[in-house]
Structures are given as C-alpha cells and as structure tokens.
Design a binder for this molecule. Sequence first.
Ligand code: PXL
Length: 257
Amino acid sequence: MKMYKIALTIAGSDPTGGAGLQADLRTFQRMGVYGLSIPCVLTAQNTGGVSNILDLPVDFFSDQAGALLKDIRPDALKTGMLHSPDIVEIIAGKIKELSLENLVVDPIIASSTGVALVKEGVSGAVKKFLFPLSKVITPNINEASVLTGMDIRGETEMKDAAVKLRDYGAETVIVTGGHLQGKAVDLLFDGEEFLTLENERLEGEFHGTGCVFSATVTACLALGYSIKESFVKANDFTSNAMKTAFFAGKGMKILNI
Ligand code: PXL
C-alpha cells in the first residue's frame, strides 16, 4: 500500500542545491512528501551564477519519463527549468496520456543573475502546451512581464497580468512579487477573486526562491490541500526559509530549508 504522497519535479540540475531539482527535492522532503525527479538539463554554476548549460538528449529524457511514470504515479508534479522546446511537448504528451493531475508550472526564463535559462521558443511552448494542463502557474514579476508583454510596476498591474495569464489556460495564477520595488506582495487569481499576501522585504540576494515556492505549492497539492491553502503555506515556508538563509558560498544566499 502506498504510504507516502508523491511529488515529481521535472527540472534542471543546480549543483549548489539552492535551486533546480535539488531544491525541489529538499523542499518535498521537508513537506513530508516523497520526491521523484527527472532532470532535463544540467547547469554548471555556483552561488555567483550560471556559467554553462547542457541539454540531455531528448530521447533519453523521454526514456526517463516513460520508465518512471509507467511505474509510479505522482500525486502532484512541477516543471522548472525546461531548456528546450522539444522537452515541453513531451511533458505535455505524458501528462495527457496519463491524465496526471496537480501540475504546477514555474515558467522559468532567466536566473536571478539574469542569465537566460531557456532557449528561444520555450516560453511560447510552455504557454501553449503546459498552461492549459496546469492547476497553477507561478511566474515572478519578470516572467509575468515577458509572458504578457505588460510592464508590471505594482499591485494593479500584477492583477491585470494575472487575469491575462489565466486566459492562456491555467486554472489558477500566482504572481510572486519578490522582485517588485517596495513591499513583497504575492498575488493569487483563480478566476473569481484575488488573494494577496504581503511580506517584509529582506535585504540581500537569494538563490532559488521561485523553485522553493513552487515546490512547496506542489508538495501541498500532493498532500491534498486546496490551492489557496497551498499558496498560504508556500508563502510562509519560503519567507521563513529566506529569513534564515545562509552563505554556502561567496555569492547569493541559499534558503534554509
Ligand atoms: O532559480 C531558477 C533556476 C531553476 N533551475 C535551475 C537553476 C535556476 C537558477 O539558477 O539553475 C537549474
């Protein structure tokens, strides 16, 4: 009998463990959820930034997904750094084939240091193939701006962007506002109402906040929480992990999860 709830991350490897699939797995573990992971891209990086990126062969990615998913069914899954557009279509195909539920899409575009983490065409493919299958998408302000073509400067524009993003097919949209000037506001829109959560702005540069946030949402969905409960828990878990973040290296802080 299955005793654990299971969450899957499909993402890139970050050797620092601060972001990417390593951060997702650590988050799942902390939330009491058993973690599966399918790497689709490797990065060479340290806490100062990303220096190189290597795609896994598409066929091998497909083999990983095929082998894993014919054996284990996750209760929830998330996508992170999907470097090439081919991968996006394979993931969408598997989700449809197996009717996988509770998909969380973190539509990653660039690292916190501004390095592009996806090739051309990925954002468009994620929007077209994954948003319509998702329970929730979790763009930050920059990603929401690129995906909608809107200039987002405050809460009003965040709301407009969330409405527009939901029109692309996601059931719920969460825009994380950590990159805004002033207070840090996260905003949820489920098609009916907006829910905003405010946190104090913390000094310093943090690595992997978006990954930890979306992995917490994924774990909470696997555990059976509603999307709004998952939002509150993820906001809480991430902001606590930021408050006690530490320097593992000489660059950005790593969240304490
Ligand atoms: O934080 C976004 C992110 C996601 N996934 C991987 C990364 C990064 C940022 O550097 O390296 C693998």
